[in-house]
Design a binder for this molecule. Structure first.
Ligand SMILES: Cc1cc2nc3c(=O)[nH]c(=O)nc-3n(C[C@H](O)[C@H](O)[C@H](O)COP(=O)(O)O)c2cc1C
Length: 266
């Protein structure tokens, strides 16, 4: 529900012009309002709230006073450094991140762009390194079984290079990371292909600003697809499916320079 404080509203029309679903109309006195029958079309993007110069709008219970003020963003140079210097981290310090850092990372997920702003994403964060043991041990057991039955070699011929390491208990999937975030999307969500990846890409970049190392984990995606035991542990609702996973923690490696790549034209 959109509420307008008439004592604050200056009738500039910014809220109605910026409303993507075009539900904010003007009354006979030129004040903005949402006709009752259009209220259900609000997607709670909060653009009306964000754009109002006088803070006159309350959007679904959220007031201007609750919104963080406009602050500095990284300079183009700093942002490019962030993009260039992010590396997939595959060796981690065996320690938990401070809970307040994990809380900040979790909080950042709320601002991710989603196709229809329809709250179709769920996240599970493994915030304690002891809890990763279950995933690690179950994954190793599954992989060893697949290797011994030769199924892994058939399904994924490239795995041949890692058989020795896997059989020796090396964690080639979760990289001994102390933490991971798993994203699941509602199966009937309109933008189920894009939304999860955008959210975790934001999480990935924001993590770098705390010196937290990350690694996207496609291998884990396939294991979760394969193993009900692993999926059950995350306890997502039945109408959700796991899409993407990022491992994270304090890096045990330090890169001395960024890499050198160029964008291909074709
Ligand atoms: C969708 C996706 C899945 C990935 N899965 C894995 C994985 O399972 N294990 C792994 O070690 N790295 C994984 N990576 C990391 C890539 O190997 C890595 O991004 C690439 O080699 C480039 O290195 P950089 O990230 O350090 O720039 C994945 C990356 C993406 C984007």
């Amino acid at each position: 529900m959109i509420e307008v404080d008439r004592n604050k509203c200056i009738k500039c029309g910014a809220c109605s012009s910026d409303c993507i679903v075009k539900i904010i109309k003007r009354d006979t006195e030129d004040f903005p309002y949402v006709p009752a029958e259009l209220d259900k079309f609000c997607i709670n993007c909060q653009h009306c709230l964000a754009i109002c110069p006088t803070g006159a709008i309350t959007c679904n219970g959220v007031t201007a006073a609750q919104c963080p003020p406009i602050g500095n963003v990284p300079s183009p140079e700093n942002m490019l450094n962030l993009l260039r210097q992010r590396r997939s981290i595959r060796r981690y310090k065996q320690e938990n991140l401070p809970p307040e850092v994990i809380a900040k990372l979790r909080e950042s997920l709320a601002w991710s762009a989603t196709g229809c702003n329809d709250d179709s994403l769920l996240f599970r964060i493994i915030d304690n390194k002891e809890d990763m043991t279950f995933f690690r041990e179950t994954a190793t057991k599954i992989l060893c079984r697949l290797i011994k039955s030769k199924i892994l070699q058939i399904l994924y011929p490239n795995a041949k290079r890692f058989l020795f390491e896997i059989l020796n208990g090396e964690d080639v999937i979760f990289r001994n990371a102390p933490h991971m975030i798993v994203c699941a999307v509602r199966k009937n969500a309109p933008c189920k292909e894009a939304d999860p990846w955008i959210a975790l890409a934001n999480f990935d970049l924001y993590a770098q600003t705390f010196g937290v190392g990350t690694c996207w984990c496609g291998f884990a995606y396939y294991l979760f697809k394969f193993s009900r035991t692993l999926r059950k542990r995350l306890d997502f609702p039945k109408n959700y499916k796991i899409t993407s996973i990022i491992l994270f923690g304090k890096p045990a490696v330090k890169y001395q320079r960024s890499t050198f790549f160029t964008v291909k034209d074709r």
